[in-house]
Design a protein around this ligand. Structure first.
Ligand code: EPZ
Length: 421
């Protein structure tokens, strides 16, 4: 295993390119299974999660060719429909192969995805959506055994206790593309990644309306053809580097990033005092004055994204005053609090809210990465902490941040990787 070392106290400035969105890529790669034809997906980030998804597609019998950020997938003739435990257990998002397999093969056996450190990751809304379409589903020996031979379009409400569900929307939408009848998904997720998936499906010949809204309407068609698509920029990666500019009092330009996909985050950071603006082909984030403490609540899109909650918390730990962060999507997503505390942060957890009292400075310390976004939060804290911070189990970070040390170094950070002894 590797660890990441960060020498804090350096101001970040300059410009970097934002990579393709991990959370758009994963369902889009799965969606290529909806056709026998070849599809080409571009702007695919070089991340562990991508290789896991490609392994799953190859496991079904699809031919996969990777040429830098361009992936060519030829599913023709793939017959298998079992997504095994050893692959699904390494990446719970693989559950999004359910929809395409059912639409194309009318069968699917997918290992039941586990939870993770940010909380139990139920899939009841995925199963509700597919059952509404007439899929017969049994759970046996840790597998979802699904029979889609009687699927028909239907209306289904996919709002759960925590609001809409990104991948349940993706699964239901993909399943509905190739079945007879019209499907209406109410309280659909409208994250940009869902819209990007729908855009790709439409390029394949799917009939979908309501992109970017909480009501998505799919009219089934007989077949879909292959398509070419370039994945949207990763708004969570962009938001992470915007916060890096804020926390190091820097000035960073993010090429390819779209401010319109980060409105809630930009609104909060601008209110705090950060100068954040759209520039040709990107976003510029510049520290211009002392920041004010901000309260945030994470909500489904277009609310403040839960995937930037930990990173925002790192910023608030060194922002004078009191700020409150309420996590409404994954109420247990606070594992980073204890590690930030090791660096001198002053955070009290009250139920699903964290109360942060800004401190003058953090001190570098050995800390443990636990999930992708908590790891990013620890790196951000390390950038501003005194001395050196060691972030252990950095493989979590490699799941979602392409070339992070190169990008941080390009911006003037002193970061390096070492083997764990
Ligand atoms: C996607 O996960 C993202 N992952 C997550 O990003 C992100 O945090 C999440 O959406 C919310 O935006 C990918 O796209 C690969 P949900 P997903 O279904 O679709 C509950 C990252 O760091 N829920 O939108 O699995 C669920 O427990 C990852 O990149 C049900 O109750 O999330 C949560 O509280 C982490 N039943 C809420 O809904 C269900 O059937 C939102 O989850 C499904 C979800």
């Amino acid at each position: 295993m590797d660890k990441f070392l960060i020498e804090g106290g350096r101001r970040l400035s300059g410009s970097i390119s934002i990579s393709g969105a991990k959370n758009a890529c994963l369902p889009i790669l799965a969606a290529t299974l909806l056709s026998d034809d070849k599809s080409i997906i571009r702007n695919v980030p070089n991340l562990r999660d991508m290789s896991t998804m490609l392994k799953i597609l190859k496991n079904f019998g699809a031919r996969v060719q990777q040429d830098a950020d361009k992936i060519t997938i030829e599913p023709k003739g793939y017959k298998k429909y079992i997504a095994p435990y050893d692959l699904v257990s390494t990446m719970r998002a693989s559950v999004c192969v359910l929809g395409p397999l059912l639409a194309k093969q009318k069968r699917a056996e997918v290992s039941f995805p586990g939870g993770c450190v940010i909380g139990p990751r139920p899939i009841d809304l995925h199963l509700k959506g597919l059952r509404a379409l007439g899929v017969d589903i049994k759970i046996e020996k840790g597998y979802i055994i699904a029979d889609g031979r009687k699927m028909r379009g239907a209306n289904v409400y996919l709002g759960g206790h925590f609001g809409s569900s990104v991948l349940a929307t993706a699964n239901t939408m993909m399943a509905a593309t190739l079945i007879k009848g019209v499907t209406v998904i109410e309280n659909a997720a409208c994250e940009p990644e869902v819209t990007d998936l729908a855009t790709f499906l439409i390029k394949m010949g799917a009939k979908i309306k309501g992109l970017g809204t909480h009501q998505i309407i799919i009219e089934g068609v007989k077949r879909l053809h292959g398509a070419e698509h370039s994945v949207i920029a990763d708004r969570i990666e962009a938001g992470t580097y915007i916060i890096a500019a804020a926390v190091t009092k820097g000035d960073i330009t993010l090429r390819n990033a779209k401010l319109e996909n980060l409105v809630a985050v930009a609104d909060k950071l601008a209110e705090a005092g950060l100068d954040i603006r759209k520039v040709p082909n990107g976003i510029r984030a510049r520290y211009v004055r002392k920041l004010k403490p901000m309260d945030i609540t994470t909500l489904p899109y277009p609310g403040f994204p839960t995937d930037l909650q930990a990173q925002f918390m790192s910023l608030m730990t060194v922002t004078e005053g009191i700020s409150v962060i309420t996590e409404k999507i994954y109420p247990e997503r606070f594992i980073h609090i204890s590690e930030l505390g090791r660096m001198g942060a002053n955070i009290q957890l009250e139920g699903a809210s964290a109360i942060i009292t800004g401190v003058k400075s953090l001190s570098g310390a050995p800390v443990m990465a636990s999930d992708l976004r908590a790891s990013a939060a620890l790196v951000l804290a390390g950038l501003v902490a005194k001395d050196v911070t060691e972030v252990h189990r950095i493989y979590h970070l490699d799941r979602g941040y392409e070339d992070i040390e190169e990008k941080l170094t390009q911006l003037g950070a002193r970061v390096w990787r070492e083997k764990e002894r």
